[in-house]
Write a protein that binds this ligand. Structure first.
Ligand code: FES
Length: 106
């Protein structure tokens, strides 16, 4: 599956995701600017992304725990998600998202 990622500088990247991997892991392993401090344990919110509106239904709604973590960042929007909570699958082939400023490493 392919994931289209726009980074904080506006640059576009096309990443190859593996089924069952967390989207955060794909973005991180490709070396993009994502902190993902807790490694996917849902306790940091530094894997914050904005999901393209066309993909919101396919990605699905965040859990209550994820929403609580998103409430802790200042740049949250209605299409905010934590990328460690999105699993790669064929249904998400072509997924488009943008890295949030609060996900940057520094
Ligand atoms: S990596 Fe920490 S919540 Fe996603």
């Amino acid at each position: 599956m392919i994931i289209h990622v726009t980074d904080q500088a506006g640059e576009k990247h096309e990443l190859e995701g593996l089924e069952g991997w967390r989207v955060m892991e794909v973005i991180r392993d490709w070396g993009l600017n994502i902190k993902a401090e807790c490694g996917g344990a849902l306790s940091c919110a530094t894997c914050h992304v904005y999901v393209d509106p066309d993909w919101l239904d396919a990605v699905g709604a965040p859990s209550d725990e994820e929403e609580d973590m998103l409430d802790s960042v200042g740049d949250v929007r209605s299409n905010s998600r934590l990328s460690c909570q999105i699993l790669c699958s064929d249904a998400l082939d072509g997924l488009k998202l943008t890295l949030a400023p609060s996900a940057a490493k520094d």
